[in-house]
Design a protein. Structure first.
Length: 155
């Protein structure tokens, strides 16, 4: 196919622009900010205000380890926080978690929470692609023949 049907343009014509001239640069499209993961393991946030409590529980939801919630009555529950439902008030908001020592799901109202601790190990910390490549390069540089990387046990 030739001519305009084949995508060819008359370069001598005034204002001739190739069809791809206005296309976006694919390298520029692929540059996107990554997700920055905070080191939360061992952190005990201040929960002085409603906003601080809500922010800490959002971080607890994204955390990949166990948290310990201390209720205002003094009871503690440690486990994996897998759900949160934010309502108009603290009483209408709740988190749900799997306790460390049980398979049942437990719901705790935000209004009942007196303290929060990021008590468990963050199982995904240091597991980025960059970290994997660094370990691979170290093994290769050391002359190791078995370059496979095996997952570490989950406790």
């Amino acid at each position: 196919m030739t001519g305009k049907e084949g995508g060819h343009i008359d370069h001598a014509a005034a204002g001739a622009v190739p069809p791809h001239a206005n296309a976006m640069n694919p390298d520029a499209l692929e540059v996107a900010p990554g997700t920055a993961h905070e080191r939360l393991e061992g952190w005990i946030p201040e929960l002085a205000s409603e906003d601080e409590l809500r922010a800490a529980l959002e971080k607890a939801f994204d955390y990949r380890g166990d948290v310990t919630i201390t209720r205002k009555d003094g009871t503690k529950i440690e486990g994996y926080l897998f759900d949160r439902r934010s309502g108009a008030s603290l009483k209408e908001s709740l988190v749900r978690l799997y306790p460390k020592n049980s398979n049942e799901k437990v719901a705790v109202s935000y209004a009942e929470i007196g303290a929060l601790a990021f008590s468990g190990r963050d199982t995904a910390a240091g597991k980025s692609w960059e970290a994997w490549m660094m370990k691979y390069a170290e093994k290769k540089a050391a002359g190791e023949k078995d370059l496979s990387l095996h997952p570490e046990p989950l406790e």
